[in-house]
Design a protein around this ligand. Sequence first.
Ligand SMILES: [Zn+2]
Length: 377
Amino acid sequence: MWKIRKTFKYRLYPNRKQRECLLAALEVCRDLYNDALQERREAWKLCRKSIPFAMQSAQLPACKQADAAMRGVHSQVLQDVLHRVDKTYQALFRRGNGFPRFKGKGWFDSFTCPQAGFGVEGSQVSLAKIGNVKIKLHRRLAGEVKTLTLKQENGKWYACFSCMVDGEPLPANDSVVGIDAGLESFAVTSDGEIVDNPRWFRTAQKKLRVAQRHVSRCTKRSGGWRKASRLVAQLHRHVFHQRNDFQHKLSRELVNHHGLIAVEDLHGKGLAGGMLAKSVQDAAWSSFIAKLSYKAESADRLLVKVNARGTSQPCPCGAPVPKKLWDRWHQCAACGLKTTRDHASALEILRRGLRLRTETLAIAGVALEAPSFSYGA
Ligand SMILES: [Zn+2]
């Protein structure tokens, strides 16, 4: 049986004293993060040397001697902060992206206890150096707990347990599907099914626009402004929950019904684009793919991410059918396929996904013919 990593998130209800402890721990971690970053930056500037994790970690006991606040935080939590710095540095060298930033106040919202320093008992989680904090276990914690991350979001605290749980394989299934992020709808499948954006989406969008306009008309930091801002935050949170719910249901359905699911790989497509509505849509799409991805992994189903470039241009038969952005219709002179633009893209995504699968299997030394399927025009 294979294992997959799964996160269980629960709301915490710390009392006033515990809240102070949690915030103090967050501050200690933030300071340590910034100090460790500073040290690495200087070493790099002065002698082009990178400081390894082990070297920074070895300094921790001395730091604790000098700083009383640090002694109030579990040593493994501090180690984990240095790991985070290490990771951002490795990403810097691997991908060459910008220098890691210092974390200002409010930009450090979580810390992690690896392996030790916590335990769950009844409706309480015991945290080393903080105490027993009330927790709402709205669903059962399962599998082998690896780490616990304590996180603050909008002034509320959450416990996120990262666990190794058994995969739950579904019976094998030959059905294959390609999914395209629709322009007017949420998604279109290669079966020709259109998944509309739920109705609440429009209503919520409208409400948000009104609320945001209200905020911009208030005097900044006045009583009315504060009230209006709170309403906007509330609406955002509501939309966030509704969207999650919708995406969980849709991804579950797709994984239950298909053995192979092909989607566009948004990496490299450039999420920017400049348009706000578009970027909101892209964010929704990537959170959907994330849900699809771990559900597929757990169910032993194949999720294939294909190159997103130019999926709207060719016909599934191979002939090019060039389209401009505003062309909503696909009509192929070679094979006679007539359908919507989004449906043609979904078919192309599926074609690429199937080709990728045969390529992967060929590499593994397994001869396999691509399954035949009709385009059902
Ligand atoms: Zn064609």
